[in-house]
Design a protein around this ligand. Structure first.
Ligand code: GLA
Length: 534
């Protein structure tokens, strides 16, 4: 088994002043890095901040999903994710007839009238250099060929959400660079409609208009204009409703109006619908499987009739083993209760929710994903009180574990903290293109757990190119070593190269496996390839 040397470790410890040794040692212990006998931490200077993701180079780097699906005749919208100095010029070879690329923004739009797959070569050029890579555009019947990525308003804005907040979130997705990594959905959660029986002049009023159309509350004066604003930035817009008469927060739901509501959402220009069970219990008429599936099948069939693509996110907290049938009526399905309401035990809530979600790995596939809920880091509100935001109490190592787990599990990557208060550390967690590559891998496999005890967890994700994403997690309260053998990882005998995905650094090669010392609740995330392969 090999430890993980860092090429700069020696130099870093020589450069460090003695007065900083103490806190650096502490940081190294937190990060699970080796500490030398002299007490000097063997830690890369760039890691002093806790930030592991290297800054993106000035040269263009194309990233994000390698495959995307659209239905025949539906509007296509794809903002090519790329980092690097602007201005940048984009070009594409092999676009299917009907699609065009704006060379300045890298936004592809249009409609395709024929089913089929096109392998498009994208190129980005700036003053510093160029990059090319392929994107498969599959015109067919399946959406969400990779897990959806984006932002959702719930855990920071609750019933304060507004048109202004959603537009600002779209701007922030571009300005912070999140869109350059593939984040694209800007999703309103609950509380955009009229609140039933509310006296609040902004939230109350008639639930539907004279034609039965659902009315947004006064904070959303023009839904169509709002989605156009989001689309103009190359991003997509999502919203939320319930199959019941009321949403979980007591706003108007879609019960009895499903066909009209699906049409309204399409007319308004939405691309994503979260359909949250909430008050549907009173209408379900039973607890058998058929009662559980019925509302989701109904809205799914209505969504199929629309002339635009709407990704369907089931939210019913894992009832009736939704992972076994969610893929027949939707594109992703919540497998558990709300992460923000989960009581943290010894381990933070994302660990218990993640471990529940991990059990259903065999059901994830392109077009249908297990959804363990949102990424709650940065500034997030208290869900119990629908309160204002405060900084996450998760340690840096726990945040690396959270994002690593979600990536390995091919979970939708939906951030739900405050877009206006994204700091460098939070962005380093959300925007590491090699971590995101594990999540967006076109094979669409969810990691399986190969070992789990009170102290450790090992997850392995099979990737399209035959390599493996492997997460070694320390679930214990003190730094500890965690290992994996190639046999456990499903790799046949031979020599394998190990790459540290967070640090984007090649480590060592090994014929047997890998072992790393990891800090409390932390992770070592690696990608393992047959040695000698790119
Ligand atoms: C439920 C869902 C949450 C959120 C709220 C909104 O609790 O699980 O994700 O959408 O409803 O009321």
């Amino acid at each position: 088994m090999n430890m993980t040397p860092s090429p700069t470790q020696g130099a870093a410890s020589r450069r460090r002043r003695p007065s900083t040794w103490c806190w650096v040692s502490l940081l190294a212990a937190l990060l699970g890095l080796p500490v030398s006998n002299s007490g000097a931490a063997e830690v890369d200077p760039a890691e002093d901040s806790g930030i592991l993701t290297p800054p993106a180079p000035a040269t263009p780097r194309l990233q994000g999903p390698r495959v995307t699906g659209v239905r025949k005749g539906s509007p296509f919208l794809h903002r090519v994710p790329a980092t690097g100095e602007r201005p940048m010029t984009f070009s594409a070879v092999g676009l299917p007839a009907g699609l065009g690329l704006d060379p300045k923004t890298g936004i592809i739009t249009g409609r395709v009238d024929q089913e089929g797959t096109s392998v498009v070569t994208l190129t980005a050029v700036n003053a510093q250099g160029r990059d090319s890579r392929t994107l498969r555009i599959v015109v067919g019947t399946t959406l969400a060929l990779t897990p959806p990525m984006g932002w959702n308003s719930w855990y920071i804005h609750y019933d304060r959400v507004s048109d202004r907040i959603m537009r600002e979130a779209a701007d922030q997705m571009v300005a912070t660079g999140m869109a350059d990594y593939g984040y694209e959905y800007v999703n309103i959660d609950d509380c955009w409609m009229v609140k039933v029986d509310s006296k609040d002049p902004e939230l109350g009023g008639e639930v539907r208009d004279a034609d039965g159309r659902l009315r947004p509350n006064r904070r959303f004066p023009d839904m169509r204009a709002m989605t156009e604003y989001i689309h103009a930035r190359g991003l997509k817009a999502g919203l939320y409703t319930s199959p019941g008469p009321k949403t979980c927060a007591g706003f108007a739901g879609s019960y009895g109006h499903e066909a009209l509501d699906a049409r309204t959402f399409a007319d308004w220009g939405f691309d994503f619908l979260k359909y949250d069970w909430c008050s549907y219990t009173e209408k379900a008429g039973g607890k058998e499987l058929e009662h559980m599936v019925k509302p989701y099948r109904l809205i799914w069939s209505e969504l199929q009739k629309q002339s635009r693509d709407i990704v369907h996110n089931l939210c019913q907290y894992g009832m009736a083993d939704v992972w076994t049938w969610g893929g027949t009526v939707g594109n992703c399905w919540r497998t558990t209760g709300d992460l923000g309401l989960e009581n943290a035990g010894r381990l933070p809530a994302f660990y218990s929710i993640g471990l529940s979600n991990a059990r259903h790995a065999e059901h994830a596939k392109p077009g249908g994903w297990n959804d363990p809920d949102y990424i709650l880091i940065g500034w997030v509100g208290n869900a119990h009180k629908m309160g204002e935001g405060t900084r996450t109490t998760l340690t840096p190592l726990e945040q690396y574990s959270y994002m690593s787990m979600w990536s390995l599990m091919a979970a939708p990557l939906i951030f739900s903290g405050d877009m206006a208060r994204l700091d460098a550390f939070t962005l380093n967690i959300l925007c590491n293109h090699e971590v995101i590559d594990l999540n967006q891998d076109p094979l669409g496999r969810q990691a399986r757990i190969v070992r789990k005890s009170e102290q450790e967890l090992v997850m392995v994700k099979e990737l399209e190119d035959g390599s493996r994403g492997i997460g070694l997690f320390n679930l214990g309260e003190a730094p500890a070593s965690v290992k994996v053998s190639w046999a456990e990882a499903g790799l046949s005998g031979g020599r394998y190269a190990i790459r540290d995905v967070w640090r984007q650094k090649d480590l060592v090669e090994s014929e047997s496996g890998f072992e790393s010392r990891i800090g409390r609740h932390g992770v070592r995330l690696v990608r393992v390839r047959a040695a000698g392969r790119p």
